[in-house]
Design a binder for this molecule. Structure first.
Ligand SMILES: *[C@@H]1O[C@H](CO)[C@@H](O)[C@H](O)[C@H]1NC(C)=O
Ligand SMILES: *[C@@H]1O[C@H](CO)[C@@H](O)[C@H](O)[C@H]1NC(C)=O
Ligand SMILES: *[C@@H]1O[C@H](CO)[C@@H](O)[C@H](O)[C@H]1NC(C)=O
Ligand SMILES: *[C@@H]1O[C@H](CO)[C@@H](O)[C@H](O)[C@H]1NC(C)=O
Ligand SMILES: *[C@@H]1O[C@H](CO)[C@@H](O)[C@H](O)[C@H]1NC(C)=O
Length: 261
């Protein structure tokens, strides 16, 4: 009886110890990483942000990685300003940023990683922020793209560079037969243009054939004729009836008179 009680107590102690160890290991609560733009244009800077809550009390590190390559490391210590370790040589042009205030246990602060001058080889790359404990990691998938110039529907596009990355311009004009709306569109950081061209088919500038003109004239005459007939039927009923009555009566009188005589 006593030994069972003792056993249970030991199990309980062990559980507490394990929980404490886990707690010591995981010193952060990391929010999901968010990107400044869902898609970044080639040549722009892509920025990932995380809200970090420091739940621990001992010194530990936070590491930014691109595809498992460490690019930036910060040392976090209770009561200290986050300390940036000299970045490892990674080949990536990155810049981290975080609070410049003292961080105490249970403080929340944002951490950023700016990846400069992104290119298409970074498309779908995994960007992670992690601490040394297991499962202490957040990941986001980079989306790198280019602006797609609009063509067709009378739009003529002259692109300044191909592929059309950040800052690339497109001179739009309209083909003949379309109303002019010449615009210059610039590719923005989010891989979209700041303006779109609209070329509308112009009726006036398109000369009509003789057959088309004849068709339109005949059509108009038919429509006018129908309108007249309808109007007569609706509004001139009385007048017409009156006219017919007079006519009929006069004929009738004549016939009647003729019959009697
Ligand atoms: C990207 O970062 C570099 C260096 O800080 C800066 O010169 C450049 O203007 C930035 N580009 C954009 C699109 O903000
Ligand atoms: C971080 O927190 C701020 C303020 O609560 C919020 O506006 C922002 O969206 C958060 N960012 C992330 C990446 O969760
Ligand atoms: C793309 O960027 C990576 C890392 O910044 C660089 O190593 C690579 O040479 C670049 N590729 C091209 C085609 O510019
Ligand atoms: C952390 O604590 C110190 C003093 O203990 C205080 O000066 C500082 O403002 C605190 N930091 C934050 C972010 O609250
Ligand atoms: C990114 O992570 C996903 C899933 O975790 C993996 O399938 C993919 O291969 C990774 N991409 C790179 C470039 O490492």
């Amino acid at each position: 009886m006593l030994s069972i009680k003792m056993f249970c107590y030991k199990v309980f102690q062990l559980t507490i110890l394990l929980l404490q160890l886990t707690d010591v290991n995981c010193q952060f609560t990391l929010s999901a990483l968010s990107l400044q733009h869902p898609t970044s244009s080639v040549g722009s800077n892509a920025t990932a942000t995380c809200n970090v809550t420091y739940t621990g009390s001992t010194t530990t590190t936070l590491t930014w990685k691109i595809n498992d390559v460490s690019v930036q490391i910060y040392q976090i210590e209770n009561g200290q300003i986050p300390l940036q370790a000299s970045p490892p040589a990674s080949g990536y042009d990155t810049l981290p940023s975080t609070t410049t205030s003292i961080v105490n246990t249970s403080d929340t602060f944002p951490m950023n990683l700016e990846i400069r001058n992104v290119n298409l080889t970074l498309n779908q790359a995994n960007v992670t922020l992690s601490c040394p404990a297991p499962n202490c990691i957040q990941k986001v998938n980079l989306q790198i793209g280019v602006c797609q110039p609009i063509t067709g529907n009378g739009v003529i596009a002259t692109v300044s560079s191909s592929p059309c990355g950040f800052g690339c311009t497109v001179q739009y004009s309209c083909a003949s037969g379309y109303t002019k709306n010449d615009v210059t569109a610039t590719c923005q950081e989010d891989a979209t243009f700041n303006t779109i061209p609209i070329c509308t088919l112009s009726l006036r500038s398109k000369p009509l054939s003789d057959g088309a003109i004849a068709g339109i004239v005949i059509g108009c005459i038919i429509v006018v004729a129908i309108i007249i007939v309808v109007l007569i039927a609706l509004f001139c009923k009385q007048i017409c009836c009156c006219a017919f009555t007079i006519l009929c009566l006069s004929w009738g009188t004549k016939e009647y008179t003729a019959g009697r005589s």
